[in-house]
Design a protein around this ligand. Structure first.
Ligand code: PBG
Length: 334
């Protein structure tokens, strides 16, 4: 009998008690791994999102309450997604460049109230376009790359000047990271981080998000296949990451999360850079619905899903479950 085989090797020995399991656990999930995506609305108060049970759109005061909650729970930052009133949406997304718009106002209020809390902003035009696409359209309805990139760079500058710690382009245009970096450097905003949604797939899991920000109605059945990645592709994700890093990205994101953990692992292994993963609205919705139907133990399933993201190599996770998970972790592991 050689070493490494039964009975000299019994892999169950390490599983025989909680203390043994804890000692050799490889992946750990903690509140400081989490970023909390929040929907913000201009009106005071809170409004529920029908397709995201437990998630609310937050008015200015409610946003500050969420910020205080995040700090109290040890969550390092919020990611802001604006709900823009229909009257402020347009073909050219001009409201995205408004220095006094909902996002810059919210950034300033957050940084004044909770200076240590990281503020991450979404750089993309879809909340602002009347057609719901992430960019500007040509006459044939195709999203124009370079004209959109020019807008995105200006939008990122508005966010950075208002005090954003991290600007996160989620649009998938080519060349946007380089242009954003250039405008930030030119403005001497050297320490603003760029978190690039480098591998963002044209996913069916974004439905509830589009309801939350109201872009589903604007899209009216249109899709984003001409710019977001084909879910069948893996090698292409590595090219996207390589290019965004070369252009000056400080961190890269894979999105959605659970169906794409192979991509997370490949990105982390190949580049060794800060790698974020987004547990998107549809992933949250699936877990919520299954738990509500009595099919899953919500806490066990959610902690397992997020721990799996850490195991795959994620440094940080965006999740609508962030505050709930932080509370579960504080109460102690199952
Ligand atoms: C769009 C954007 C989307 C999400 C974040 N930013 C949706 C889309 O591409 O249509 C989805 C996030 C989620 O589903 O939780 N810039």
């Amino acid at each position: 009998m050689s070493a490494g085989t039964y009975p000299h090797t019994r892999l169950r020995r390490w599983r025989a008690s909680a203390a043994r399991r804890a000692l050799v656990r490889e992946a750990h999930l903690a509140p400081q791994d989490l970023l909390w995506p929040v929907f913000i609305q201009p009106e005071e108060g809170r409004s529920p999102v029908a397709t995201l049970p437990g998630v609310e759109r937050l008015g200015p005061q409610a946003l500050l309450e969420a910020a205080a909650e995040a700090v109290e729970l040890g969550i390092p930052g919020l990611v802001l997604f604006p709900v823009i009133p229909a009257a402020d949406k347009s073909e050219d997304a001009a409201e995205a460049l408004n220095d006094d718009g909902l996002v810059p106002r919210s950034i300033r209020a957050l940084k004044a109230a909770q200076p240590e809390l990281l503020v991450v902003t979404d750089v993309a035009l879809d909340p602002y376009t009347s057609h719901g696409q992430d960019g500007l359209l040509d006459d044939a309805g195709y999203v124009r790359n370079d004209a959109t990139v020019n807008m995105l760079a200006r939008q990122a500058l508005v966010h950075a000047r208002a005090g954003a710690d991290i600007v996160a382009p989620s649009d998938m245009m080519d060349g946007r990271v380089g242009q954003i970096r250039s405008v930030l450097e030119r403005d001497r905003l050297h320490n603003v981080l760029i978190l690039s949604y480098a591998a963002k797939y044209a996913s069916g899991f974004y439905g509830p998000f589009r309801d939350a920000v109201g872009s589903a109605a604007n899209l009216a059945g249109a899709d984003k296949y001409s710019y977001q990645m084909d879910p069948a592709n893996g090698a292409e994700a590595l090219r996207e990451v390589e290019q965004d890093l070369a252009e000056g990205a400080d961190a890269v994101m894979v999105k959605p999360g659970l169906p794409y953990l192979d991509i997370v692992q490949r990105v982390k292994a190949q580049f060794g850079v800060p790698t974020f993963v987004y547990q998107v609205s549809g992933e949250y919705g699936m877990l919520k619905a299954a738990a509500a139907a009595g099919m899953l133990d919500e806490r066990a399933a959610v902690l397992e899903a997020l721990t799996s993201m850490k195991r795959a190599g994620a440094d940080a996770i965006l999740s609508y479950y962030a505050p709930q998970v932080a509370r579960w972790l504080r109460e102690g592991a199952a």
